[in-house]
Design a protein around this ligand. Structure first.
Ligand code: F0G
Length: 448
């Protein structure tokens, strides 16, 4: 593991020792967030890791029986910080998620190299596990009694699970009524103290900031830079799965904007170390009703952000005031990507299309396919280019959404714009019949 790391403020560039990191993870000079940086990687060539040796080592570890080697995060531990002992690693066997082809969507959109990195195939069903394993390991190392997060659901599920594994108690703040049942069920199942606050996600974040100031709880929202270090390993996996070639484009959903930042960091670091020759263009897609980054880029060239009152059925990304917006702007600009927004109907249709590939995802993840369609139409992505969509959560996280879609309850007729016929063609009814072979055969005949 990499012990020679520092934390650098992304606002004023001041570097601090890990032990000097403020409890709210914000710079005391300018209030901005920190990045983990590795000074050795910028020194003379001899001090840098050897890319061929790393690629070989990481592959070898997949056949090891050690938990840290088998984890799709800790397998890459030369790229990760931790304060001290390897015995503090808390792992549920995260990462190592599949990179699927999407042949039907690819054909429909005339993109022959279309793939989906399915982070929903993590132990608690979302990408949050990859960051939680690193951040909870640090929390254990620091001797934390309590960890806490505000969440739209997935972070809380992941935190509750990893905290339980570590024997640390966890506090979850959730927006009342606006989270998918699967996620709430997980927080309860894994034993978190679960509070539903009469506010939205942004309100929960504000309350938690005050709680962290007043009580000794270790903050596990994605302002915690160790979360992003774990999350960046998905970028390493994508490159490895493509034999260390990178795709032309990576499309990521945007909520609190940590995942896009983390993946960008991963790709940029790989290029810096010579593990890959280039970086993909990284584009971030938001729901139209929760689009502060899109506005920040289009209206202020990424120089400032104005919070919005967020509204979308993709509750995971119902976020109006994203913490990591500066990091995400940097990634989009440095990699030459774009930001895009998509409607509720576009999200719903894209989700059904991903489902019909035999893969499925939760609504927030489907913004990637919906965004791809728009970027193709605008000529920002060429049909001959290779594209990876980042699917962030499992379809079982939010089964209510899927059932309501197929029953014709969402999206509302008025929201469908030009998509009504496509949406209707993807709907499947659950048909109630008597327990009779004749009736089953009649239904089979009917759809034949
Ligand atoms: N997709 C899913 C399924 C998510 O749960 C989230 C964020 C995102 C995308 C957006 O990622 O915030 O890094 O830009 N969920 C958080 C949570 C906020 O509390 O679970 P981001």
């Amino acid at each position: 593991m990499n012990e020679g790391y520092q934390l650098r403020c992304i606002g004023c560039a001041q570097e601090i020792e890990p032990r000097a990191l403020p409890r709210n993870f914000r710079c005391e000079q300018c209030g901005d967030l920190y990045d983990v940086v590795y000074p050795d990687w910028h020194g003379p060539k001899q001090t840098r890791p050897n890319p061929s040796a790393l690629r070989w080592l990481w592959k070898e570890r997949r056949s090891s029986l050690e938990a840290a080697d088998r984890s799709g995060v800790w397998r890459f531990r030369e790229m990760l910080p931790i304060l001290g002992a390897e015995s503090n690693i808390v792992s549920l066997g995260e990462g190592n998620t599949p990179l699927y082809t999407l042949p039907r969507s690819g054909q429909r959109l005339d993109v022959s190299q279309l793939r989906a990195k399915h982070q929903g195939m993590n132990p608690t069903g979302s990408f949050k596990d990859t960051g939680m394993t690193t951040a909870i390991s640090v929390a254990r190392e620091l001797g934390a009694d309590w960890v806490a997060c505000a969440s739209t659901g997935n972070t809380s599920a992941a935190m509750a699970a990893y905290a339980a594994r570590a024997g640390i108690r966890s506090l979850v703040l959730l927006p009342d009524g606006e989270i998918a049942w699967g996620k709430l069920a997980q927080a309860l199942d894994y034993g978190a103290l679960t509070l539903q606050l009469r506010t939205d996600f942004d309100g929960c974040v504000r309350v938690l900031a005050e709680v962290v100031r007043r009580a000794p709880v270790y903050l596990l929202n994605s302002v915690n830079p160790y979360r992003l270090e774990g999350q960046k390993t998905s970028a390493l996996e994508i490159a490895e799965q493509l034999e260390w070639q990178v795709p032309d484009h990576l499309i990521v959903p945007g909520g609190n904007l940590a995942n896009s930042s983390a993946l960008g960091k991963g790709f940029l670091e790989m290029k810096h170390l010579g593990l890959t020759a280039r970086v993909p263009r990284i584009s971030v897609v938001q729901a139209q009703g929760a689009n502060p980054l899109v506005r920040a880029m289009n209206e202020f060239d990424g120089k400032k952000i104005e919070p919005v009152e967020a509204q979308t059925r993709a509750t995971a990304i119902r976020i109006g005031n994203p913490a990591s917006w500066r990091k995400a702007v940097r990634v989009v600009q440095e990699t030459g990507g774009w930001v895009e927004e998509v409607s509720e109907a576009e999200i719903a249709l894209a989700k059904a299309e991903i489902g019909a590939e035999g893969i499925g995802c939760e609504p927030a993840s489907a913004v990637t396919l919906a965004g791809l369609k728009k970027l193709l139409l605008q000529g920002k992505i060429g049909h001959e280019e290779s594209v990876v969509l980042v699917l962030t959560g499992h379809t079982l996280k939010d089964p209510d959404y899927t059932i309501q879609y197929h029953r014709g309850e969402i999206p509302a007729e008025a929201e469908m714009a030009g998509l009504a016929s496509e949406i209707k063609a993807t709907r499947r009814e659950a048909i109630r019949i008597d327990a009779s072979p004749d009736q089953v055969l009649r239904e089979l005949e009917r759809v034949h």
